[in-house]
Design a protein around this ligand. Sequence first.
Ligand code: NDP
Length: 295
Amino acid sequence: MTARIIDGKAIAADLRQRVADEVARVKREHQLTPGLAVVLVGNDPASEVYVRSKGRQTEAAGMASFEHKLPADVTQDELLTLIARLNRDPVVHGILVQLPLPNGLDPRAIVAAIDPAKDVDGLHPFNAGRLASGLPALTPCTPLGCIILAKSVHPSLDGLDAVVIGRSTLVGRPLVQLLLNENATVTIAHSRTRDLAGLCRRADLVIAAVGRPAMVKGDWLKPGATVIDVGINRLPGGADGKSRLIGDVAYDEAVEVAGAITPVPGGVGQMTVACLLVNTLRAACAIHGAPPPAV
Ligand code: NDP
């Protein structure tokens, strides 16, 4: 049996369209144009690509996009001053500081300075704490995307055995909370976990967010399991001398065992920016006192 391929590209395109429809509605009914400010410090080429793509997709959804590019030697105080200004700016409803930041800047302090109501990356301790308490919160975009992809296979995750590999604040930890909210039974694995293969073999849903190319092997999976591969690993040997992208799952093996699987690229990566648009729209409605959008 070959697994069903979960088409992140199509699911993300559908989500972006639903966001665009809701943006058009809130503009019409509430005279509200959601606005997203993205702050890029330095000139890391991968970050520049991400930021450009975020700006393009924000505008395509009918929202306002504000890009702030700062030199790598900007001081912590200068960056904090910009964030304070964006916190006060009424046309900005979402603030995202592109990570990683250059050395010398403290990402925790920068993220903590963002108004939690505008924290569309969901990384502020206020939002992380609300999520962990089971309260409504702005939640990190990649985990949100993983849940949508998993639900494209299992409309209800109720009672499923899920294993999340990775416990970062960006992906693994919030993902566990979101899965608990969906009533999955969750195990979180990390570099100290014993018998990771055995753990995965018992799971209905395996989500890998590790950063190690092709670590999860086909024989780690229960036949028919759903596999969500968050990993983005750049290896040499792609077309035109460029790098090629490899997930954390050994795709060619896993596709023969799993029931459904996300490809890399074309899976989770596509969902992250689409979920950022969702969060920006939700933040804008909440700040404006409009009812929550239907996405
Ligand atoms: P981090 O490096 O912050 O976390 C990696 C996690 O994997 C850690 O918890 C670590 O454990 C765990 N780990 C490392 N080695 C092993 C191992 N041998 N066995 C089990 N667990 C292990 O990474 P991120 O969470 O930020 O990202 C993970 C991956 O997802 C990366 O490839 C990244 O590029 C990708 N990513 C993709 C996104 C997308 O949009 N698709 C967005 C964000 C990330 P420990 O805590 O013990 O060190």
